[in-house]
Design a protein around this ligand. Structure first.
Ligand code: KG4
Ligand code: ZN
Length: 347
């Protein structure tokens, strides 16, 4: 099954051609993120205007890179939500038009189901499929959720954040450290070579046995720590602070993941997805946890599959078509707010 996937939920305009939900034949990503570096965040209307300019050339390039034409496609998958409404509309209106003009079925996809499908994506001919049940930590700038699934589209939410998302914690921490937007990669870079035990941060929700995350306390601790340090702090101090703060985020995620795995001892694989899954410290912390539980850890094959991309939407579209054929061509609304639990079936 050859699917064209469109993802435009934030500042990226990404289109990909994916075979059978795995083999990525092309993946083009145009981001307007650089335009927002100076303002420290995405301006929704501006992002959507940029997407309107580039969406057709990006689609054309994705088809060319894959050596395909529209007649080779079996379906078009598009992010229906959640996200920035103007941006989502650029993707879904384009997909609706192409679906009609090209006479191809349209599959609406929840953005997070795209991320959950990103661990299947490969640029090679390797055919190593993950094995269910899978516990997936989905961590990005907009959410920090833990999903337990027995198939691609069967499962439930095990826990989520009570306040900020993990990516938001990185981004806000980066602002406090005077780093550019998006802060995650910049903070991770600054942390390289820093001493990650130089400063103590509290372990959030330590006494709480439920699976939930909270990052706002860590951000406040960082703010007070920086107020106590010499101003401006030396580069060596900034590196130690960044490394300690990054470690604190990762230890909190590891702590709650460990609790979730205790609740679901039948779990075969632990997956990390979303922008923050690019973080090396998080990967190392989770590898240690997976080793303790004797299970496999997986994260997307390349960094471009961690952050928002069209390939994950094409993959999720193919899996939905397999497991929930009634999704193909169904009526749907483009929506800024959307609950993945409504897509997932109980197991
Ligand atoms: O999934 P994504 O591309 O977009 C959303 O759906 O939000 O995730 C973006 C988030 C940002 O908060 C960014 O700072 C974070 O992922 N991020 C990272 C790293 N790369 C991206 N956080 C920590 N370490 C990284 N290497
Ligand atoms: Zn995302």
């Amino acid at each position: 099954m050859l699917v064209l996937g469109l993802e435009t939920s934030c500042d990226e305009t990404s289109v990909a051609v994916v075979e059978n939900g795995m083999r990525v034949q092309s993946c083009v990503i145009a981001s307007s993120g650089k335009d927002f570096e100076s303002v420290g965040g995405v301006i929704p209307e501006e992002a959507a205007r940029k997407q309107l300019e580039v969406i057709l050339p990006v689609i054309e390039k994705a088809l060319n890179d894959a050596g395909a034409t529209y007649s080779d496609l079996d379906a078009i998958a598009v992010t229906a939500g959640p996200g920035l409404i103007g941006s989502l509309l650029v993707g879904t209106m384009t997909a609706r038009a192409l679906s009609t003009i090209w006479d191809k079925p349209l599959i609406p996809v929840h953005h997070t189901l795209g991320h959950l499908s990103s661990t299947w994506l490969t640029n090679t001919d390797a055919n190593i499929e993950p094995v269910f049940p899978i516990m997936t930590l989905s961590v990005s700038g907009g959410h920090s959720d833990l999903w337990y699934r027995t198939s691609h589209t069967q499962g439930r939410l095990v826990g989520s954040t009570k306040d900020d998302a993990a990516g938001e914690a990185f981004d806000k921490g980066a602002v406090l450290l005077g780093l550019p937007y998006p802060g995650g990669p910049a903070l991770a870079k600054l942390a390289e070579g820093g001493n990650d035990t130089a400063y103590d941060f509290p372990l959030p929700l330590k006494q709480d046995t439920e699976v939930a995350f909270s990052f706002s306390g860590l951000k406040t601790s960082l703010k007070y720590l920086l107020q106590k340090l010499p101003s401006p702090p030396s580069e060596a101090i900034r590196k130690d602070v960044a490394a300690s703060f990054q470690r604190a985020i990762c230890l909190h995620l590891q702590d709650k993941l460990s609790r979730a795995l205790e609740l679901h001892p039948e779990t075969k694989e632990l997956h990390l997805v979303g922008g923050v899954s690019a973080n090396i410290c998080l990967r190392q912390t989770c590898q240690a946890l997976a080793d303790t539980h004797g299970i496999v850890l997986r994260y997307p094959e390349t960094i471009r599959f961690c952050t928002d991309n069209g390939a994950m939407i094409a993959a999720a579209g193919a899996f939905l078509a397999q497991e929930q054929p009634d999704t193909i061509g169904r009526h749907f609304e483009t929506s800024a707010v959307m609950n993945l639990q409504e897509t997932l079936r109980p197991f």
